[in-house]
Ligand binder design. Structure first.
Ligand code: LLP
Length: 422
């Protein structure tokens, strides 16, 4: 459920007509709904009520400070994968004790930053990383709390580019090697084992792979405890999918995911951490764009927007579907016809949708890409020297620009001519 609805025939974000935001901030522009973010956070929190837990929002989905601060005010922790994300989480007011640091290639500088901040734990992904963390912590006179990210060898049945739990994926340590890893970790200075971590992929639309992975984690936890390790926290990753096609997708609900967690690992008495990103931010955001031209092609029409693959790369990168809706509600029974919806970038991949059945979209009309709040703005670039797309946060009847569109002067000023060019 989200808060982007037609009222009086105009698409609103909460109480604000999106056209008003497009007017004020220009297009293309990302627009987020506070009420939707809050609702999604609460739904996860309630799904784990009664269980010792915290929700480490995966900043990679949407790391705008205003979004992270909104969630932090509600008690969210953070899953970060870089020093930049760590700095964002801290700047947004996330409690360090609720920050977990994930990622397959943390640098020593990133380890130091995490230790200085006093984060909850590091999710360690390899033996060499463990050794590096041990020496960094030792040099600082600090102790690094760790969980090993295990690779359970489970196929998440999602897009290959966002599947992480198969042995062929680069993530984690194969679960069979985990006991040896923990034995090594227990003897290393500067390291304190606190838990086990698993994350098998993103946009999962079925609970069965989670069940398989969490069951393996429960078995491993029992064994590690028997071998003398004080496993007291289980970080179960993120990955719960969202409906991108409102008409025909119904992924599992956080409530059922919570019940699954209790069923598989609930009897272990561990603190539970989950790292949802997409489910919190995805349907809390839209990308608003304007039609520049409509061009008749051979057997199809092209709707050419002022948004491009650099603003929303998911269709080009993952063949992802985003519902596209006009800001002015089509009359009931309005005709629809298949069109290709494209951006202005000089690549065929700059195509948002092919043969999409849309009501008439004419030059000047505004449209919204739905479910664009996660992995939208964060993956945007300035390709083609197009200014980075701005972001707006709505709260009831108010809205604020939470990241401004850079000016061309700002963009060009980042480059420098070397002395030999003059
Ligand atoms: N934790 C870890 C360790 C992760 O790698 C990820 C996502 C998450 C949590 C959050 O997963 P979520 O709840 O959002 O599914 N750019 C792609 C998605 C990449 C996901 C990467 N890892 C997309 O646009 O679909």
């Amino acid at each position: 459920m989200d808060h982007f609805t037609y009222r009086g025939g105009r698409l609103h974000a909460e109480d604000v007509p999106l056209a008003r935001i497009a007017e004020a901030a220009g297009t293309p522009v990302y627009v987020y709904s506070t009420a939707t973010l809050a609702r999604h956070f609460r739904v996860f929190d309630e799904a784990l009520a009664g269980t010792d837990h915290f929700i480490a929002y995966a900043l990679k989905a949407n790391s705008n400070l205003a979004v992270v601060a909104t969630l932090a005010r509600m008690g969210a922790g953070a899953d970060v994968v870089s020093e930049g994300e760590l700095r964002r989480a801290l700047a947004a007011g996330v409690e360090p004790a609720k920050i977990v640091f994930s990622g397959v290639g943390k640098t020593q500088a990133e380890m130091r930053a995490g230790l200085e901040a006093g984060i909850a734990h590091f999710n360690v992904e390899s033996e060499p990383e463990l050794e590096a963390l041990s020496s960094v912590a030792q040099a600082m006179g600090a102790t690094a709390r760790i969980a090993l990210r295990v690779n359970p060898g489970v196929d998440a049945k999602t897009h290959a580019k966002i599947s992480t739990g198969r042995y062929e994926d680069k993530f984690g340590v194969p679960i069979d090697r985990a006991p040896a890893f923990y034995a090594r970790a227990a003897g290393l200075p500067g390291i304190e084992v606190v838990g086990v971590d698993v994350h098998i992929g993103s946009q999962l639309t079925d609970l069965a792979p989670f069940e398989a992975a969490f069951t393996k984690v429960a078995g491993l936890t029992r064994r590690l405890r028997a071998e003398g390790h004080d496993i007291r926290r289980l970080d179960l990753g993120g990955g719960l999918g969202i409906p991108y096609r409102a008409s025909n997708e119904a992924p599992p609900l956080p409530f059922d995911y919570g019940a699954l967690i209790r069923r598989t690992v609930g009897d272990l008495g561990c603190q539970i951490v989950i790292e949802p990103g997409r489910l919190i931010a995805g349907n809390a955001g839209v990308l608003v764009a304007r039609c520049i031209y409509r061009k008749a092609g051979e057997g199809r029409d092209f709707v050419i927007l002022d948004a491009a693959m650099n603003d929303l790369v998911r269709p080009a990168m993952y063949d992802a579907w985003h519902d596209i809706v006009p800001l002015v509600e089509p009359a009931p029974g309005a005709p629809v016809a298949p069109v290709d919806v494209v951006g202005p970038v000089c690549e065929s991949g700059d195509t948002f949708a092919k043969a999409r059945e849309l009501p008439p979209v004419a030059p000047g009309d505004l449209v919204a890409f739905r479910s664009a709040g996660a992995y939208g703005a964060v993956m945007a670039s300035e390709y083609n020297t197009r200014p980075l797309v701005p972001e707006v946060l709505v709260n009831g009847a108010e809205f604020a620009v939470v990241r401004a569109r850079p000016t061309y002067d700002e963009m060009l000023a980042r480059d420098r001519l070397p002395p030999w060019v003059g």
